[in-house]
Design a protein around this ligand. Sequence first.
Ligand code: PMP
Length: 416
Amino acid sequence: MSAISTSTPSVSVESIRADFPILNETINGHHLVYFDNAATSQKPMQVMEAMNRYYFHSNSNVHRGAHTLSVRATDCYEGARDTVARLLNAASSREIVFTGGTTDSINLVAYSFSNGLLKAGDEILVSTLEHHSNIIPWQLAAQRCGATVKAIPMDAQGNLLINSYRELLSSNTRLVAVTHVSNTLGTINPVRDIIAIAHEKGIPVLIDAAQSVPHFQIDVQDLDADFVAFSGHKMLGPTGIGVLYAKESWLNQMPPFRGGGGMIQTGSVTIGNTLYNKAPYKFEAGTPNVAGAVGLAAAIDYMNEVGYDFIQQQEEQLLHYALEQLQQLPEVQLAARPEHMASVFSFNVKNAHYSDVATLLDSQGVAVRSGMHCTEPLLSHLQVNGTARVSFAFYNTLEEVDVFIKALQKAIRMLS
Ligand code: PMP
């Protein structure tokens, strides 16, 4: 891709696609159409090259050596932290903890809260729309402390019920944890309002941004979020790296999640006791995923170059076009149609199983996900057993939507 930015009209999907070699794969004799971006995105060459460059020229362990390669590795790792901090407009890089992904980030906060910040009778408020990784860590934390997990309800179209949310907040609520974008329905939750309402009562809020950071700009200071969790692999980066943003005041209060090297104050460890390093290192025990952090920083650089304006515009167009086309197919039922949607939707074909639909699409080169998408409470609420799910990235095209619709029509014919 040539140098492009939001203000450069030369940005084009064609030039972007040339950076993603996997998009040229042939699947079952057909040109790949990749519509499973919510599960994981594809990676541009720039990300893979940055990771190779790191291994070719800078690989070493971080923070622990006086030798040159160790300094290079530390610079790469801390440089990546700065890149993430700039992306989120964090007040300081000290507020960025590298983790293994969204799941890992949420477990960190949940475990840490259950170790002194939660007590019997406390309540943690999640929503019916959550991915299991923003439910189960809270159940585990609640079980350890005698707390309970409650859920903000949603309506039949997948919109959160904000009035019910207000009513559920009580003097027992210790934390609110909600997703920014539903990975199953595409609902964009009003997280700014959710945070402001909780803050009126002094309650901190964690935002699961796994499905939002890949698609639109998040400013943690503007949102006033206490915690934000996301994964590198859903936003062009490698697997195994993710981020927990947390206000420094929280990181300073929270006990560590894991013990080991790197999270201690040098000279403080005895067999009986340890003093911990300052944040974020207190939460990064052991050798970190340096190459992953380098890859994530390269992914962020790439997205910045493309520009969130372009990303959003492209994805909105894909979503509207696809929904319009689907409306022409009477056999297709959308699982829900939320008021504000990101580029994800779930559907079923009347009298057909969602896995058969996905398998028939795959046989024509079209990759969609099928199942429950780790959102069983959401699907129970909608009274469906599962769905087929389409999720776009900015490198997808309207022509690919046409291929998908044709392939779906063929699948419907075969299943009827
Ligand atoms: N939350 C949401 C909304 C997600 O979509 C996902 C991934 N499907 C996760 C959390 C978990 O992310 P990871 O598996 O990368 O930890």
